[in-house]
Design a protein around this ligand. Sequence first.
Ligand code: NAD
Length: 271
Amino acid sequence: MIQGSTELVAIVGSPIAQVKSPENFNRWFAEHQPNIAMLAIDLQQDVLDDFIRTLRGWQNLRGCVVTVPYKQLLASRLDLLSERSNALRSINVIRREADGRLVGDIVDGEGFLNAARQQGFNARDTQVMLIGTGGVGSAIAYSLCQAGASHIVISDLSQERVKALEDLLRDAFPKVVIGTYPITLAHFDLVVNASPVGMGATDNGPMPLPGDLMETLSATTLVADVVTSPSITPFLAFAQRMGCPIQTGPEMALAQLGNLGHFMGVTPLEI
Ligand code: NAD
């Protein structure tokens, strides 16, 4: 029950009905912090400046999770960004300080790594292939390099976006080797789909890599997808048939809750 004394966090995006954060957070709050609640906000883009002004003055609001399409648009409107948000020019969470200042971070990559760690994956000295250089793909690439990956290959439909992310990573992580599109996946420790390919797909739906390249997967490679619905995408189903361990989009989303809540000051880091 939301009361006059309840402290709030929010999630903003558009559309918003599909997001799972409110039920995940509110279930956790009900058990552990009954006087905090999360609201979902479907916001029109033409009021973003008013929204930021409102956040600054909203005294019982601790923070706000940010989703598509506002991750980049809101990043440029905050008072302070974490180092990775500053590099990526993107946020997925805002903390409102007691004086109304707004601080942003992007923890998609940390959520991804938490889920991978739960499978025993350690990024140090690994070779990684990443498909998709959007908000989520860039954040995952950044966190993997930060966690010690030694080689990364990046692919996207847009060569311009590939080059921009490669330049960003070279600048931030000069020791990481950036490779070219491979003829085999056999030597990769991790292959990640961070593109929307497979979203809403059925069994024989599209995959982000050609089938003949997928056939070269070795059974020790962790294959991960960020797509949340279906949880087993055609890409993950193929990897499973190749005997690979897999990581799903919902696992990544769930593993990120503690990072989001901790940044807003409403949960511990591990929940
Ligand atoms: P985005 O639109 O910013 O980026 C998507 C990128 O994928 C673009 O660069 C696009 O060119 C590329 N792409 C599209 N089709 C491709 C193909 N066939 N091959 C290679 N590249 C291709 O999107 P985003 O915000 O980064 O989100 C990506 C996906 O992540 C979405 O499906 C979203 O629902 C999902 N997501 C998952 C989580 C989670 O926690 N699991 C969190 C946020 C978003």
